[in-house]
Structure formats: structure tokens, C-alpha cells
Design a binder for this molecule. Structure first.
Ligand code: T6T
Length: 353
């Protein structure tokens, strides 16, 4: 066998081996771990190895567009950060119904809880139980205690943060707008839910500030508690409209209060004669705005509240305390007939499911 005759098969063998080696490399590549850039950066940085952390959201009441929207924000953030989210709330806005839900969640031992306490005092001890069980605690929407959500005080400094609107400011915005629409004087009525709920109490306070600023030109003729029930709010408002036919303005301090108040004004044929400030922004409030039954819709930012609370919960779980503000005011989108069709206003409307 001559050397020349042998050379061709050797090169074929060498080439074949090279091609096989290359082929093997190409076949292995897709099975390698996905590049870090393909995973959400925050999830890669913050989710601990092993089991995903669990965050619980306990809202004020089921089926309220405000909390439906908050849960959507919390879910979106939880998915982004690779966190498991459990969410629950009572059938009525009532601490007696909410505390057993909190206790059931504590028994599931989540890493953190975001809770909209339905009463500022009744929830303190139950929430402290959660903290004592090693759970990172956050207030979202409402706060507990007497210090306007300032958790730097000694007996509440185990709370990480209060995320929610500046509700005194919200009440002032709504009532000042209606007082202006009334020409600066006249009779005023407030429909609110229950005493002891931090949010609506502060909205009433803000509204009273706006009335007091008129130096007696505006008279508050009544304030009713409707127990977060729009039918009750409608009945109470109808009674006030009957006893004060010259009523000029109404403040409904939350979704259900404002819904009932607006219905009563429309039913009494007083659209435009009685001006209404509508706290919260479900679809029907926007419809009432278009129909001139209400004059201003004060939209909170519940989606952002849910997002920030989950974000903060994960920061606390990871020990990144510098990332957490003790108080996170979420702000408002104020909707009137002038801006209702803008993108910002449309995006602020609450989700219903
Ligand atoms: O206004 C919101 C919330 O901020 C308040 O604490 C309770 O009522 C709502 O959920 C609206 O129904």
C-alpha cells in the first residue's frame, strides 16, 4: 500500500471526527441553562434559591373594584419577582370577618403579609400575632393605630411600611372642588362607611377642613354611616335630600358611599343641582361623571399599591431594608369631564374582575 493511496482516508477520518465533535457541541447548546439575560433581572436577583417566597394579600372586602385592581397589581409584581401570591378577604368590610381570615393565613406561614385592615384598633393584636409568628407585616390602603400610619412609633415599629393614598388630601381635593362648583357657599352632606376605618375617617377630616376653610359659608348639615352598603347610602342620601331641598353638595367617601349618593341624586331628579364628589373610580362612577350626576372622580392607584407592597415584601424577605420607605403615598388621578377621555384617566379606572 503506497503512502499516497493512504493519505485520502486519513483526512476523511480527521474531517469526519472534527465534524462529529462540532455536531455534538451544537446538539448540547439548547439544553444548557438559559442565559441570565432571559430571566427577569429582579427575579434573578431577589428570588432565593429553592422554594419561592410566599406573600399574602388580605384585602378589605371581596368584589370591590378597588381591591380587585390592587390584587391585579400584586399578582403582576409577584409573577415578575417569582413570588407565590395568596389573596383573600372577607365578604363584608368587617373586622369580625377579617380576623379569622388573617389567622388562617398566619397558619399557612407566608413570608410576608400585605393587609388592608378593616379597623384601625381591632386589627392591631391580630396583626401583631402575625409579626410574632415571624411574618413580615405591611399595611396597604388602610393603617392601624392612632398615628396617621406613622409606624416609627414604639408600639408599631414592627410594621415595615404603610402603602396607600394621602386620604386627608383626597378629602380636601374632592370637597374643595364641590365647594367651588357650589359657588363657595351652601349646604353640604357627607356619606361615609364606618367609624374606625383609617382611610374614610381621614377623607372626612380632609372634607371638614375644606368646609371650615369657607369660614361658615358652607354648612355641613349631615354625616351618615352606611356600613359600606350603597343601598343604605342611597336611602340615607334620599332622606337628606328630602329634608334639605336646597342641599348644594355631597361627598361620598368611598366607592359604595358615592355610588349610593349619586343614585339618590339622580333618582330625585337633582342632577346638576346637587354637586357630588365621588371618591374611587369604578366604571359606573365614570358613567355618572359623563351623565353630570357627579362632578369629580378621585381615583386612587390601587394597582400600584399592590405592586409596591409585593415589591417591599420581597425586599424585606431578602433583608434589603434600604429599599423600603416607612410610608409610601401612592397619589391620585383626578378625573373630571374635561380629562375623562385622556389615557391617564382611562388607565385609572378600576378593574371589575
Ligand atoms: O376606598 C377604598 C379603600 O381605600 C377604602 O379603605 C375602603 O373602600 C374602598 O375599598 C372602596 O370601596
Amino acid at each position: 500500500m503506497s503512502y499516497k493511496r493512504l493519505r485520502t482516508p486519513i483526512w476523511i477520518v480527521v474531517l469526519t471526527l472534527l465534524l462529529l465533535a462540532l455536531g455534538a457541541c451544537t446538539a448540547v447548546a439548547p439544553a444548557a441553562p438559559a442565559p441570565a439575560a432571559e430571566a427577569p433581572a429582579e427575579a434573578a436577583a431577589e428570588a432565593p434559591a429553592g422554594d419561592a417566597p410566599t406573600v399574602a394579600l388580605i384585602y378589605g372586602v371581596r368584589g370591590d373594584g378597588f381591591y380587585v385592581t390592587m390584587e391585579a397589581g400584586a399578582r403582576a409584581k409577584a409573577e415578575e419577582l417569582g413570588v407565590e401570591l395568596i389573596a383573600d378577604g372577607p365578604a363584608q368590610f368587617d373586622p369580625v370577618l377579617q380576623v379569622p381570615i388573617l389567622d388562617a393565613i398566619i397558619a399557612q406561614q407566608p413570608d410576608a403579609i400585605c393587609i388592608a385592615a378593616t379597623e384601625r384598633t381591632a386589627l392591631i393584636e391580630p396583626m401583631r400575632r402575625a409579626h410574632d409568628a415571624g411574618i413580615h407585616m405591611f399595611s396597604v390602603d388602610t393603617y392601624i393605630g392612632d398615628t396617621s400610619g406613622d409606624y416609627n412609633v414604639e408600639d408599631l415599629n414592627w410594621m415595615f411600611s404603610y402603602i396607600g393614598s394621602d386620604n386627608v388630601e383626597g378629602g380636601e381635593i374632592g370637597c374643595s372642588a364641590i365647594i367651588d362648583a357650589m359657588g363657595g357657599s351652601g349646604k353640604f352632606y357627607i356619606s361615609t362607611t364606618q367609624p374606625g376605618v383609617s382611610t374614610v375617617d381621614q377623607r372626612v377630616e380632609g372634607c371638614q377642613n375644606a368646609i371650615e376653610a369657607t369660614n361658615g359659608a358652607v354648612e355641613l348639615v349631615g354625616l351618615d354611616y352606611n356600613n359600606n352598603n350603597s343601598s343604605r347610602a342611597a336611602e340615607q342620601t334620599a332622606a337628606v335630600l328630602a329634608s334639605h331641598p336646597d342641599l348644594g353638595g355631597i361627598f361620598g367617601t368611598n366607592l359604595f358611599s358615592a355610588r349610593g349618593a349619586a343614585q339618590a341624586v339622580a333618582n330625585a331628579g337633582l342632577t346638576g343641582a346637587v354637586r357630588v364628589a365621588n371618591f374611587d373610580a369604578p366604571e359606573d362612577a365614570i358613567q355618572a361623571l359623563r351623565e353630570e350626576v357627579v362632578d369629580i372622580v378621585i381615583a386612587q392607584l390601587p394597582y400600584e399599591m399592590g405592586q409596591v407592597c409585593v415589591d417591599y415584601a420581597v425586599a424585606a424577605i431578602n433583608g434589603d431594608l434600604d429599599a423600603i420607605q416607612r410610608r409610601y403615598p401612592t397619589g391620585y388621578t383626578i378625573i373630571t369631564r374635561d380629562n375623562v377621555d385622556t389615557t391617564e384617566a382611562q388607565q385609572a379606572i378600576y378593574k371589575s374582575e
